[in-house]
Write a protein that binds this ligand. Structure first.
Ligand code: AMP
Length: 364
């Protein structure tokens, strides 16, 4: 029996969440609605999730004593970001079920391992090559061609830790500027749109996908999500099949997202997987107001061992991220008919910082 099959929470039980950002905050709010308590573990005293939870542990991820106490307070543990140190996950999973299983992180924390995993499943990705030196970058450019995107293998997000390499760029300088020892070079994908599948998988292997979402980025950061994506039903079905295949191969429990490129071709558009997020995802925030059950509640249900919902979408939904100073317009958004405003309760609005979001639903 896996640790996932052992978990069936009842109202009043406590879920432990690693990470105290807006995702942890929205998970805690969803849990509360189902009568479940949450305890958040985060090293940052200003964690926005701390404002809404019953109990908070403010400690470093390497603090073994704090981790042990945290584990003893909760029935099951999950996480809201993928860069949990593997030693932290090991200490916790020796004491309580951790869902999704931390072995998932070995694949999703490392872009090379992730691309190898997806490729082995027979799913298309951008062509890629492993790079660990300036000389290695030159060899990879020969193989992949230009333009291409150089990405650090670990700890990249919102366009951080990546650089587009173009004809005429100096590979030595590009490599030095990335300040890493291990990276991958990916062929630049001339996509017509970006989409994602946000889905949940239960311990018994059931997968429920939300409608495929179309995502628009500004400066590498998600700005708008639209549900449903403007793609054919056939392509949407293919996207869901890809997500199901990935989740089954990872024996995943909880909500995850698969980001994909829609690539034009002479036989019609096709899909390439860009990234797997082993957690609730920004492109699923529309589900809070645009679906009968949100991705946050769905994740809580999955890790609690409760039945997954089969969410109904309320209409055509647009989610707008409030990034940096956008949050200063919250008063304007509060007056927009039909808009639902979410403010994450973070401190200063730094450029690129996700401060809140707005959902607008057009009823059908
Ligand atoms: P990532 O951190 O891999 O999710 O990349 C962030 C964004 O950069 C993506 O959402 C795309 O808009 C863009 N991007 C990433 N990889 C590629 C690629 N191989 N070709 C073209 N654009 C890319």
């Amino acid at each position: 029996m896996t640790s996932a099959n052992r978990v069936t929470l009842k109202p009043g039980d406590t879920i432990g969440i690693l990470g105290g950002g807006q995702l942890g905050r929205m998970l805690a709010l969803a849990a509360a609605r189902l009568g479940l308590k949450t305890q958040v573990f985060s090293p940052d005293p200003d964690s926005p999730a701390f404002d809404v939870v019953q109990n908070a542990t403010c400690a470093e991820y390497a603090d073994v004593e704090a981790l042990e106490l945290f584990a003893s307070d909760v029935s099951v543990i999950s996480y809201e970001f993928e860069n949990i140190p593997s030693s932290t996950a090991m200490i916790l999973s020796a004491r309580r079920p951790v869902l999704p299983d931390p072995k998932v992180l070995e694949t999703t924390q490392d872009r090379l391992a992730e691309k190898d995993f997806v490729t082995k499943l027979g799913i298309a990705t951008a062509r890629y090559a492993d790079v660990s030196s300036a000389q290695g970058l030159k060899v990879a450019i020969e193989k992949i061609g230009l333009p291409a995107v150089l990405k650090t293998r670990r700890f990249g997000y919102d366009g951080k830790g990546q650089a587009v390499v173009r004809e005429g760029d100096d590979p030595d300088k590009v490599w030095a500027d990335l300040e890493t020892r291990s990276a991958i070079l990916e062929a630049f994908v001339p996509f017509e749109r970006e989409v994602s599948v946000v889905a949940a998988r239960s311990a018994s292997g059931e997968v429920v996908c939300y409608d495929v979402t179309e995502n628009e980025h500004r400066d590498h950061i998600l700005k708008f999500s639209h549900a449903p994506a403007r793609i054919s039903d056939e392509l949407a079905a293919q996207a869901r099949t890809i997500a199901e295949k990935i989740a089954a191969a990872l024996d995943y429990v909880g909500v995850f997202a698969v980001e994909m490129f829609v690539v034009p071709g002479k036989d019609g558009p096709s899909l390439m997987v860009n990234e797997i997020a082993p957690r609730v995802h920004n492109s699923g925030h529309w589900t809070l107001d645009g679906a009968s059950v949100s991705q946050f509640e769905q994740h809580i249900r999955a890790i609690a061992g409760w039945p997954l919902a089969h969410p109904v979408r309320h209409g055509d939904v647009t989610m707008t991220n409030l990034i940096g100073d956008d949050i200063l317009d919250y008063g304007k958004w509060l007056g927009v008919p039909g808009a639902t405003v979410h403010i994450y309760g973070k401190g200063a609005p730094r450029p690129g910082r996700k401060m809140g979001h707005v959902t607008e639903v057009k009823r059908r």
